[in-house]
Ligand binder design. Structure first.
Ligand code: DGP
Length: 125
């Protein structure tokens, strides 16, 4: 699957659509999910054109990979959900492709917290 630069997160990165940014650096943008499913629901995306986690892990530079991993932890701490910084915990979700039920084809990790998130998987729709 090739990268579609008309996806909604590409438009957010170009500033064509507003977003509620919580963190940004040279390689990463994090912003609140438009349809939050928990008190904390932040999406962390790389600024580069990567469709999914596997695409990113294969093709991103070391600097992008490190920045992304660090940013996820920073946002969890900033949002107060990091258990190693006194928070009550969180879940990371990164959906990929059809079986992963990925809606937006630009890599994103959901940081979900602020409530109990239940068991890992729901039954298939
Ligand atoms: P996924 O199924 O993992 O591809 O989730 C996509 C998420 O993106 C979903 O939780 C809703 C969110 N979303 C969709 N459109 C927008 C938007 O325009 N702005 C923001 N902030 N979030 C969006």
């Amino acid at each position: 699957m090739s990268y579609d630069d008309q996806n909604i997160f590409a438009k957010i990165l170009r500033g064509e659509i507003p977003n509620d940014t919580v963190y940004e650096d040279d390689h990463v943008l994090a912003f609140r999910d438009l349809y939050p499913q928990a008190p904390t629901h932040v999406l962390v995306i790389p600024k580069g054109p990567y469709v999914s986690f596997d695409d990113f892990s294969e093709n991103a530079s070391d600097a992008e990979l490190v920045a992304y991993m660090r940013a996820i932890g920073k946002v969890a701490r900033q949002e107060g959900v990091s258990p190693v910084a006194g928070g009550n915990g969180f879940r990371l979700i990164s959906n990929a492709g059809e079986d992963g039920v990925q809606e937006v084809p630009h890599l994103h990790v959901h940081i979900v917290g602020g409530r109990r998130t239940g068991r890992m998987l729901a039954k298939a729709e």
